[in-house]
Design a protein around this ligand. Structure first.
Ligand SMILES: *Cc1c(COP(=O)(O)O)cnc(C)c1O
Length: 349
């Protein structure tokens, strides 16, 4: 079979959630961000595993994602939607019991007119200038918005992956200025904010990438292994090229394995002649261009060519691969292709 296998360790995701939960006080709840199909790893399976670990509040980007997570979880857990209440969302919010995080005066008006009794939260802009009410808008509507009983006041940090960035304290100050004394539960921190310390925790945190084994949560357990089948092995002589545009030429007689995955499966072309694959623990360099469905790997040094080579696993995390590709682990994960056979279970050593 020329289909690659993506193994996703749900126990490791649950363990990462518990570890992040332990970093905050017992009266601070730990939510779970499962947007973008749980960063590409399967929202239904991941949400289920996290609910079993104790998560009670889930966050998604859109109401459609929220409906999928509700189908997986059944009633009970709260499902919050970052994009809020958009035109056309009313039926989904009502039917799937979603909690929109309203982000503008338009959305407040739409929500109160369409679904007055339905729970909601509010997003405030503390400086990132992406989503949420600006301080001036908030001042104008805080009275009646608070009267309506929001479940949560939230904002988002722009630079929390860098603990020394002055923006972290600036946003903390701005958020507190908008929310101190309201008595409403507050949330400011994603994974990075949890690591900044208790001042950033408030009543609820919203980790995403840390659950999936990514930076800046360095102690995270690895969550994914991506094993690519070797389709063919050949000897190439000195001077022979490999792959599109002849970008790599053998300098010695070499053994080249052609493996099944390419940029159509989310392996960026910028990995061409730069990435490393692993035969167990033994690194093997990717040579030549990444093509749509295939990559070529120099396995000359292996005593025996294995049936598969790993491009993600305990020896190379999505962040490591992202460093080589010139992107971030989030993008590697959310680009993982649809063609992989997905297995949920432990990552063998
Ligand atoms: C994506 C997102 C999160 C999760 O962020 P991580 O860095 O993945 O932990 C939290 N809050 C908001 C508003 C987000 O958009």
């Amino acid at each position: 079979m020329a289909t690659a296998t993506l193994t996703i360790d749900l126990d490791a995701i649950a363990a990462n959630w518990r570890a992040l939960d332990q970093m905050t006080a017992s009266d601070c709840q730990t939510g779970a961000v499962v947007k973008a199909d749980s960063y590409g790893l399967g929202a239904a399976k991941v949400a289920h595993a996290l609910a079993r670990a104790g998560a009670r509040r889930f966050f998604v980007a859109t109401c459609e994602e929220g409906a999928d997570v509700r189908r997986a979880l059944g009633s009970g857990p709260q499902i919050c939607v970052f994009s809020g209440h958009m035109e056309g969302d009313t039926a989904l919010i009502r039917d799937f019991d979603l909690t929109p995080m309203l982000n503008s005066i338009d959305q407040l008006t739409r929500h109160f007119e369409a679904l007055g009794g339905q729970p909601f939260g509010l997003q405030l802009d503390s400086g990132m200038n992406r989503l949420g009410l600006e301080p001036g808008e908030w001042e104008a509507v805080a009275g009646f918005a608070l009267e309506a009983g929001p479940e949560l006041l939230m904002s988002h940090l722009a630079c929390s992956d860098d603990p020394d960035h002055p923006m972290n304290t600036e946003q903390l100050g701005a958020f507190r200025a908008m929310t101190d004394g309201t008595g409403v539960p507050r949330s400011l921190s994603a994974t990075g904010g949890i690591l900044l310390g208790p001042a950033w925790h408030f009543e609820l945190t919203r980790p995403g990438i840390g659950l999936y084994g990514g930076r800046p949560f360095e102690e995270a357990r690895p969550v994914v292994r991506l094993s690519l089948p070797v389709i063919q092995v050949r000897e190439v002589e000195i001077g022979e090229p490999v792959g599109y545009s002849n970008t790599w030429t053998a300098e010695h007689t070499s053994t080249i394995a052609t493996v099944a995955a390419g940029y159509a499966d989310g392996l960026p072309r910028t990995l061409s002649s730069r990435a490393t694959l692993y035969a167990g623990r033994v690194p093997c360099p990717l040579v030549g261009r990444v093509s749509m469905d295939l990559i070529t790997v120099d396995v000359s040094h292996l005593p025996e060519v294995p049936e598969t080579l790993d491009i993600l696993g305990p020896h190379q995390t999505p962040d490591d691969l992202a460093d080589t590709a010139g992107t971030i682990g989030y993008e590697i994960l959310t680009s993982l292709g649809r063609r992989y056979q997905r297995r949920y279970g432990a990552l063998a050593a």
